[in-house]
Design a protein around this ligand. Structure first.
Ligand code: SAH
Ligand code: SF4
Length: 376
């Protein structure tokens, strides 16, 4: 018998499921709180639920954790879990503790279909979408495992970023209920600004997210013009920069005090020249008038992996690039890399997972060469 997986439901979904068992709304709220706030998977111990309901749930439903394939802890406190999602696929989840927050980096797909040149998940190819329960299970497991480990009676994870494996906006149907579980006061109670969806630019879905659940938005830019972005982020050929920036400009309408974060991965000799910094500054402050809706630029040092054939920009270049943007009045930060010793930094999340689709070979065959800066 296939049991109903309760991690698949946001609160309204659980209310509907409980109604199908003849139970009232407040029972669903109790159950939701047991699962997400207390990390309880065993219905028998949910003491304020009536015995007949506990029995019904025990017979028909489950709170199913993802099997943990491995767990690694870095010297800097970063923890990385590799979860088995079946059929030889695995996804990674990373916890990054900082003085004032605890951030969980969550995966949304096994692999990714976008195929960015500088991303090891992209090189792995696309396997499948995670379902809502598999997205939520990463947070459910991490929050309660860490709470037990740190003997904490309060919440450990204060922020969630959808920056693990996959393109979240290409798995929107599963993502939306998962976001609702994260935000729900009876669930994890995270504020809208502390949950960030990072996208490579699935333009139509940016509008949907704005309408349905306007969490913080991060947009992976990586290039100041279409010619280069077409090569680095293939989705740009479908949704070019002008359309992407237009979608970004209207995003904060739903939340005027919010800002959009632009991510820019620094690739040696590819996108890191002073001229490109000026072009980028013009792109975000110029015609598009984006500064009218605050934005922030986050420069990410590239985490190299052999198949990419790319290198990280030297530190001085990153700093010089940042300076140009700052001088143009754009709030610019350089991201610290964390968890280097356990390959938990961005883009390294698929390290041990097999390449099922031979995307690497395809990419090599396409022989699209990334032009050195001066040749562009
Ligand atoms: N698919 C989404 C979210 C996952 S990737 C997106 O692309 O935004 C999260 C971030 O890590 C993105 O900004 C991505 O560009 C960046 N990234 C991917 N590979 C990287 C690498 N090798 N080094 C540094 N950053 C990388
Ligand atoms: Fe997919 Fe994001 Fe990696 Fe691009 S950077 S391949 S969109 S996960």
């Amino acid at each position: 018998m296939i049991r109903t997986s309760l991690l698949d439901f946001d609160l309204e979904g659980l209310v509907a499921y409980c109604a199908s068992l003849g139970e009232k709304r407040f029972r669903a709220v109790q159950l939701f709180r047991w699962i997400h706030q207390r990390g309880q998977a065993d219905f028998a111990t949910m003491s304020d639920l009536a015995k007949p309901l506990r029995d019904k749930l025990g017979a028909a439903a489950e709170v199913k954790p993802l099997p943990v394939l491995s767990e690694q802890a870095s010297a800097d406190g970063t923890v990385k879990w590799l979860f088995d999602v079946g059929n030889g696929d695995a996804v990674e989840t990373v916890f990054i503790p900082e003085a004032d927050r605890g951030t969980l980096c969550v995966s949304s797909q096994a692999g990714c279909a976008v195929g960015c040149r500088f991303c090891s998940t992209g090189h792995q190819g696309f396997s499948r979408n995670l379902d809502t329960g598999e997205i939520v299970a990463q947070l459910w497991f991490a929050e309660h495992a860490l709470r037990r480990r740190l003997a904490s009676t309060t919440r450990v994870i204060s922020n969630v970023v959808l920056m693990g494996m996959g393109e979240p906006l290409q798995n929107y149907a599963a993502l939306l209920p998962a976001l609702r579980v994260m935000l729900d006061d009876h669930g994890y109670g995270l504020s809208r600004r502390r949950v960030t969806v990072s996208t490579s630019g699935v333009v139509p879905m940016i509008g949907r997210l704005q309408a349905d659940c306007p969490v913080a938005l991060a947009v992976s830019l990586h290039a100041p013009n279409d010619a280069l972005r077409d090569q680095l982020v293939p989705l740009n050929r479908k949704y070019p920069l002008a359309e992407l920036l237009l979608a970004c400009r209207s995003y904060p309408e739903a939340a005027p005090r919010d800002f959009i974060t632009f991510e820019y991965c620094m690739l040696d000799g590819v996108n890191d020249s002073p001229a490109q910094a000026r072009e980028l500054a013009e792109l975000v402050t110029g015609q598009s008038g984006l500064l009218a809706v605050s934005c922030k630029l986050n420069l990410i040092p590239f985490n190299p992996f052999p198949a990419s054939g790319l290198l990280c920009s030297p530190r001085e270049r990153v700093l010089a690039f940042a300076k140009v943007l700052q001088n143009a009045g754009i709030v610019t930060t350089v991201r610290k890399t964390r968890g280097d010793d356990i390959a938990a930094a961005c883009g390294q999340l698929a390290g041990e997972v097999q390449d099922r689709t031979r995307v690497d070979q395809r990419m090599a065959r396409q022989a699209i060469r990334i032009q050195p800066v001066d040749a562009l």
